[in-house]
Design a protein around this ligand. Sequence first.
Ligand code: NAD
Length: 497
Amino acid sequence: MKTIGHLINGEMTQLDDRRSQPVFNPASGSTEKQVSLASKQTVEAAISAAEAAFPAWRNTPPVKRARIMFKFKQLLEQNADKITTLIGEEHGKICHDAAGELQRGIENVEYACAAPELLKGVHSKNVGPDIDSWSEFQPLGVVAGITPFNFPAMVPMWMFPLAIVCGNCFILKPSERDPGAPLFIAELLKQAGLPDGVMNVVNGDKEAVDILLTDERIKAVSFVGSTPIAEHIYATATANGKRCQALGGAKNHAIVMPDADMDNTVNQLLGAAFGSCGERCMALSVAVAVGDKAGDALVEKLKNAMQNLQVGCHQDSNNDFGPLITAEHKQKVLGFINSAEQQGAKVVVDGRNINVAGYEQGYFVGATLIDHVSAEMDSYKAEIFGPVLQVIRVKTMQQAMQLIDDHEYGNGTCIFTRDGEAARYFSDNIQVGMVGINVPLPVPVAYHSFGGWKRSLFGDLHAYGPDGVRFYTKRKTITQRWPSSDLREGASFAFLS
Ligand code: NAD
């Protein structure tokens, strides 16, 4: 059985890890690989390698750093099939969805290729007699990224391309559930010419993360994952003097107004609710229908459209979505459907007993539609992270917005309407970080930044884009005087320039 190790100082290694765990193929339920779980010694070796690589890398001109990213982008494209296969085997998402994930990751590499432009400082001439002043952006040192299972290629690429072109050295701790793609991607960076030690990957679990959070050589931590862990990461990293951004979970609502184009809305909802088996932090998991007429039409049309969804293995591009990540997660999702039913909601389309021929041991749940959900139900309060769309019916748009504002999460949301005034009011006032207007998954492009509000993000700066550059650099402001011979001054004791 293959064991997936780490990339430290340019070498694939397993050092002395005592622990490992299986990596499952979620479609078949079989174990074809193991992942090594880094010991303290392994993580410390990665930190030492990164620290040793930092002085030379910080002094490498940004244009040279960017050239490595250009080459890296080419290698990602040339190796796309291998990367999407690794994602499919370990995560289960369908090949076209994995290709989309990879493409969104590549867009972050493209953004990082603009390093010389992104790192330009700001200059002011003659701020005083013979005095010039400028601000520049310097790297932090060794920084770490801890990432979730659901985007094993894209989310790491929200982090390391920018961190690296900003002059930092990076340690990635990917999800232990699908570690193959991120490790392979890091090897491509080496092939692209990145000096050893600048990018390191340690596979592992809490034990590895705890070292990254407390070792004083780590200057900043980017985290993406569930809210309880994000909160712990933020509290621990900041208590240890580190800069931290920790992105957490979500419950994304779509408001369906009575004037919405219902056929289009249903098509958009299908992809946004069930794509990637609902395992997306931007998945639309709640539809809030305004008015009973809209609610009835929505549920009827969704019910019909859902009959055509195909569930199966990642290799068949005719499939719409694949399995959940683990058997344990499948049980959790089933538990939420059961509890909604017990608490009075109506399961209109039931995916609990799906049978995928040839994949009887896989972690599949079929697309599920639950109507007449209310805000008190457990299935509404929690992030289900499965192929479950819940419908809540309200009378007014204000009630719909109040529901969204009252929810603990504030990652993404969307309104389906033909009314520009209502849409503008919604986007202006809703307490959510990423808003769509007739756009179901308003994931910002690489040259904006990604982040939710409320308990969907701990920290001040969003991920990637302009906020990413800010996160991975510190500002230094230099004030310089080269006095001309006729302008020599005596001592001054006033606080003036
Ligand atoms: P998770 O929180 O279980 O794990 C994320 C990372 O944290 C993994 O690398 C894991 O090894 C590590 N980890 C887990 N438990 C830990 C602990 N006790 N101490 C230290 N580290 C620990 O999340 P997941 O199940 O891999 O991913 C799904 C979650 O991620 C969902 O909640 C989803 O909404 C969220 N997510 C959020 C975004 C976003 O941008 N806001 C994007 C993708 C996923």
